[in-house]
Design a protein around this ligand. Structure first.
Ligand code: 6PG
Length: 248
């Protein structure tokens, strides 16, 4: 089902099918690139099943781990030993066992402040990309994973926050979160997240139905403003879909 604005919505049965479908798309993006690959992960609970899957066969043995670099779209500004740390969750779930450590690119939450962490991560992204201006023909990321919060935020881009308007900085500090956990955040900005072949949202469960209804109604929420310069795909399970979308 397409909604006419170049976003594709794919309906799957349940969270298990969602993780399988996301893993398939991730592998397809990897297969399309025979050079260095960059994947931007996301935090929250939505991607956890996907991360678990990537650590198991057949997925695990199909990933050319030496060639894949793993970044994160936003981070909670807490030490990496904190259970709320996004990259630490991904590391525990699959990266630390499988990816070379030089290919894991966390946002440095040992910085003095979220702004300093943002500056350092921006530098790291630019050095990885090689130049500091985006070439639309050469996206930074092969795939960007995203989730959506109850207020329509994605990454740590909250409704009406200045970070949403940022067009110059690649990464910014967010002093205060709009939803739990109420810790400062560091987030990639919309133009950086857009620099990808594919942006893949994952939404599962009835808890996402209210916000998905608002997204599909076209409200100018951060999650609606986040688009890939390539393909934007929303993977949604049946429980998350509003009734009228299910029939469409
Ligand atoms: C974060 C996330 C955030 C998340 C959404 C959805 O750091 O909290 O990156 O953008 O993706 O809040 O979270 P859930 O997957 O837990 O619903």
């Amino acid at each position: 089902m397409a909604n006419g604005d170049q976003r594709r919505l794919i309906e799957v049965a349940d969270p298990a099918a969602l993780a399988e479908t996301a893993a398939g798309r991730l592998l397809a993006r990897i297969a399309a690139n025979d050079g260095r690959i960059a994947i931007c992960l996301t935090g929250g609970s939505s991607p956890q099943q996907l991360y678990e899957l990537l650590a198991t066969d057949p997925w695990r043995s199909k990933i050319p781990w030496e060639r894949v670099h793993w970044f994160i779209g936003d981070e909670r500004f807490v030490p990496d030993g904190d259970a709320r740390h996004n990259m630490a969750m991904a590391r525990r779930t699959f990266l630390d066992r499988l990816a070379p450590s030089a290919n894991i690119h966390p946002i440095p939450t040992d910085a003095a402040s979220p702004d300093e962490a943002a500056t350092r991560y921006e530098r790291e992204l630019k050095s990885f990309y090689g130049v500091s201006a985006f070439d639309p023909a050469w996206p930074l990321f092969d795939l960007v994973l995203m989730g959506v919060g109850p207020d329509g935020h994605t990454a740590s881009l909250f409704p009406d926050y200045p970070a949403l308007q940022e067009t110059e900085r690649w990464v910014v500090g967010v002093p205060e979160a709009h939803v739990e956990p109420f810790v400062p955040r560091v987030t990639l900005t919309l133009p950086v997240l857009a620099s990808c072949h594919e942006m893949l949202f994952e939404l599962a469960g009835s808890g996402k139905r209210a916000i998905l209804t608002r997204v599909l109604a076209g409200e100018p929420l951060p999650a609606n403003r986040a688009r890939s310069n390539g393909e934007t795909v929303w993977l949604v399970d049946k429980a998350a879909l509003p009734g009228d979308s299910r029939a469409a």
